[in-house]
Design a protein around this ligand. Sequence first.
Ligand code: AN7
Length: 351
Amino acid sequence: MEYHGLLTRYGALLDLPEHTQTVSLHEGNTPLIPVPRLAEEMGGGFELFVKYEGLNPTGSFKDRGMTAAIGEAAGRKAQAVICASTGNTAASAAAYAARAGLRAIVLIPQGKVAAGKLAGAVAYGAQVVQIDGSFDDALTLVVKITEKHPIALVNSINPYRLEGQKTGAFEICDTLGKAPDWLCLPVGNAGNISAYWLGFRQYNEEKSTGLPKLLGVQAAGAAPLVLGHPIDKPSTVATAIRIGRPARGEQALTAAEESGGRIIAATDDEILAMQRRLAGEGIWVEPASAAGLAGLEKEINAGTLDPTGKQIVAVCTGHGLKDPDIITANMPKPELVPTSLEALEEVILAQ
Ligand code: AN7
């Protein structure tokens, strides 16, 4: 069957206002890739899958929520949309606003936004405003300005974002025929884990697909939900989840607890090591996207999560191309050889 995007496929299951328009770039329908070798390296005896969300149109899972939120805004004739963002939300909002013919304004924290995300937001034609503060400061400003002016807020405080993001859970159940035993994913502003839980619960009520346990993973330097208090100066190499006051923090904690799972932290070293191992499987993700699997391995090694006989899905939220600098910054320059067969033989056969 021809694919026309999430609202066409799952719209009937989403709680969206009547006026919502279909603004689609054929997002969703991302692959669930088995990674048996990685499972073996973690001790084996279980099935492990990567939900590769980096294959969405703008390279991250944000497109799922944005098709809904921008479709709703366009349907009520909003003229402009705005969001605060560590980068992926910005690129996605910019693309969907462009598709709908709306103006997009994105607020990003000073520095720390990965090159591919900033380039995306600019390429799709958004007005990019860098503020002298953190993501959390940017989100506070965005809330204030949308209270005062008729600009639609498309951060995940917007309930339609979560409606769209529920489709990640639907797709996983549709592919596996049921919910997995565990779902591991990174947690930043905590919209995605909240949306997945809504989606799994809804599918279970309607189709008895069962419920997964949720393992949410924050970066150790930006782990307010693990520490139990906001972080003023969050710090992590996984800039996507460099968030100290998650807007949906309480909802995420409740979701994890209801599921029988939890929210934990992984260090930058653990996250980057897992990013490299995933790339070794042919799956290049941005650092934040490796956090779920880094957390899973930690739990298995600590003996606090027994994977035996289980089906485990890791949501890898954004493409590696979003953050090329993290790879190239410490990369030795490729060797320069003369254009001759002999020189080439010497270089490649010597290894
Ligand atoms: C790759 O773009 O918050 O817990 O402003 O880009 O739903 O926030 C990005 C978050 C995980 C965390 N992985 O999701 C933004 C932004 C990637 C991300 C998250 C983000 P939430």
